[in-house]
Design a protein around this ligand. Structure first.
Ligand SMILES: Cc1cc2nc3c(=O)[nH]c(=O)nc-3n(C[C@H](O)[C@H](O)[C@H](O)COP(=O)(O)O)c2cc1C
Length: 355
């Protein structure tokens, strides 16, 4: 039994959609909890006014009846409210009537650090917008909705996942300084998962390793350029005697340098993963680029943009980690009915005599 997630949607298109398969039947979902996570993603210091336009809400089109999953594909939709300003420019079909609103003129000024240049070259596009609309982090909204579903499933086996900003105290000052100079900043976020039993993931194959899966999930988020599990890069400078977490007679540890994963398998300690976000690539003081139409030197596209999205990344990273942990838990405990899943988890804890 494996969880799968497929998403679609452009930044200014009609909506973002996600299809989740592999959920057990009988899981109770709370619309307010999903919407609360969507709002957390939109909040945060340094975001652009777009976040006030959007006020994201989840809609469910399939797989849920009266608040309970049916064990069938769950289809989620988050509408792009801003689409009303782009109905001509982002019309899925050849638009009717005179050009109106936003997105009517082709973008030819690729931004360094974005998908713009690589996207038009790879897909043979004439309008950079055809690349940037999907490459944008806007669709992290449906990933957050999927993460909220994953967290509901994980709560059934007493796992709690929470993301936060590392060095939050200094972030606002860095954002204020950058905004004044029409610049952008990045930062580091951390996700902790409490209550993960030993035995999620596997050393049997590299793609089964839980650390590899978490790294891929975090690196899969826009603008993430580095991932650490536990003490990560700092471990390289330590001696073995200081780097490893000694095992007590009750099989727990007093330290957690490993971040809760050894040999690609959870070891029962808290899972700790960090992700480093680069400064956002759309600058109000644009970087040097080329006009793809004329071949002349030009300044990159300036489009409404955040100064920082580190707080949003904490929410998106939390969702990504929750999704991967839920996927690993589904593989380990299976079950078509929620009760089967929970019973398998209980039986396993009994077998290993955990806690
Ligand atoms: C939550 C979130 C919000 C973002 N907001 C913006 C933004 O407003 N402006 C921008 O230029 N990049 C933003 N980004 C980053 C770009 O989406 C990202 O840098 C771009 O897709 C290029 O991908 P790469 O950085 O992974 O190479 C955001 C990323 C995340 C995770």
């Amino acid at each position: 039994m494996s969880l799968r997630l497929a998403t679609a949607g452009e930044s200014h298109g009609p909506a973002l959609v996600a299809i989740l398969t592999g959920l057990p039947a009988g899981l109770v979902l709370d619309r307010d909890a999903i919407d609360a996570d969507l709002r957390r993603r939109q909040a945060g210091y340094g975001r652009s006014p777009r976040q006030q336009i959007e006020t994201d809400e989840v809609e469910v089109l399939a797989g849920l009846r009266q608040g309970r999953t049916l064990g069938t594909p769950l289809a989620l939709v988050v509408r792009n409210r801003d689409h009303k300003n782009w109905t001509w420019g982002m019309s899925p079909w050849p638009p009717e009537g005179e050009p109106a609103g936003k997105g009517t003129r082709p973008v030819t000024l690729p931004r360094p650090g974005h998908a713009d240049l690589a996207g038009v070259l790879k897909y043979g596009l004439a309008d950079v917008r055809d690349a940037l609309e999907r490459a944008s982090a806007r669709h992290t909204a449906v990933h957050v909705a999927a993460g909220a579903v994953a967290k509901a499933l994980l709560a059934e086996i007493e796992v709690d996942v929470a993301g936060s900003v590392v060095d939050e105290a200094g972030l606002r000052a860095r954002i204020d300084a950058a905004r004044g100079e029409r610049d952008t900043v990045g930062g580091v976020v951390e996700v902790r998962a409490e209550g993960v039993p030993p035995g999620l993931g596997s050393y049997a194959a590299k793609e089964d390793r839980l650390d590899a899966r978490l790294a891929a999930a975090l690196m899969g988020i826009q603008a993430v350029k580095g991932v650490e599990i536990g003490d990560g890069f700092a471990l390289a400078g330590l001696r073995g005697s200081a780097a490893h977490d000694e095992i007590r007679t009750d099989r727990r540890r007093d330290t957690n340098h490993a971040g809760g994963i050894e040999a690609g398998v959870s070891n029962g300690e808290q899972i700790v993963a960090r992700a480093a976000m680069k400064p956002l690539p759309t600058l109000m003081k644009p970087l040097a680029s080329v006009d793809l139409e004329t071949g002349e030197a030009a300044q990159a596209l300036v489009e409404r943009s955040d100064v920082a999205a580190v707080e949003a990344l904490a929410v998106v990273a939390e969702a990504a980690v929750a999704w991967e942990l839920a996927r690993a838990a589904r593989e380990k405990f299976g079950g078509d009915a929620l009760g089967d899943f929970v019973a398998a988890w209980r039986a396993y804890l009994e077998r290993i005599q955990w806690r």
